[in-house]
Design a protein around this ligand. Sequence first.
Ligand SMILES: [Fe+2]
Length: 342
Amino acid sequence: MPVSALGYVVARTRDLSDWGSFGPDLLGLQRIDKSRNSLAFRMDDRKQRIVVDAQDGNGGDEGISVFGWEVADAAALDALAAKLESNGVKVTRGARALADERFVRDLIVFSDPLGNRLEAFHGAETASEPFVPGRSMSGFRTGPLGLGHVVLNVETSETIQRLLPFYRDLLGFRLTDYYSHPFEAYFMHVNPRHHSLAMIRTGKNAVHHIMMEVFSLDDMGQGYDIAQRDGRVATTMGRHTSDFITSFYTFTPSGFMVEYGWGARSIDPETWQAYERKEGPSMWGHDRAWLPPEQQEAARNLRLDNAAKGLRRPVQVMDGNFNRMSGVCPWWDGMKDRRPFG
Ligand SMILES: [Fe+2]
């Protein structure tokens, strides 16, 4: 698999100072000042994960200007460059100055069929100083899973059908699952994270959101309080049917959203079989306030239908963030073995 994780992103904004407080105070990212026109954020031992550039007022979209996809080493980077070129994709070697700016050993630059700027890199530099979160919280689940995931709004089915083979056949993404109701969506993985990239058909081409996963359920809930205080909740707290994550969405100062979540499951890429998901995006919650009322109602009805059918999934925990309750409960022992929805 050539690409192994989402390594970094570069975002644009018309309001750099808003990012300067939103990043640390709500998301808990560690802010690194780069220049008058640029900020960076750490979320783990890497020197930077998220860069935000100021966008001048003269047009140009907000959103994400660079998606940084990680590969294992120099040989994997060379192999990827050769594969792209042999399939007619223009590839530029990243200059030393660009590699230094990204804090990576080497990189290549190319575009996907939508014109999104992609960079593939290896050898990300780690900082000697430990990560210090911007607010009191435990930190982000990254490592081999990458910084999280990115979801793209895509205008039409035809565009999705051009993007899918590019990411699958050239970059090595594998389909995790997909659905067609209440909208068309495809979820792709490159490591045990359920999806590192997804595409949803919404009638426009833009970044929908990036996801960050925290270690503690309370980190997420306390971030929710801050988002509510600041009027930045885009989607209420809820739980996805895909990766079982419990999350909310917040508006960033760059037009797209951040999904801020806890407790995503890991999948086994070696044995995973793609399938069509019928339950819609969420088991409960995730009310999207920006939708027209009839679409909000349809989404709620889909969730209530899931609830009526008994859709529930175990929480996904890591050592150290749960305690097993003592005692026995024969009723629960009998209940938990029944698996509605297979
Ligand atoms: Fe997401």
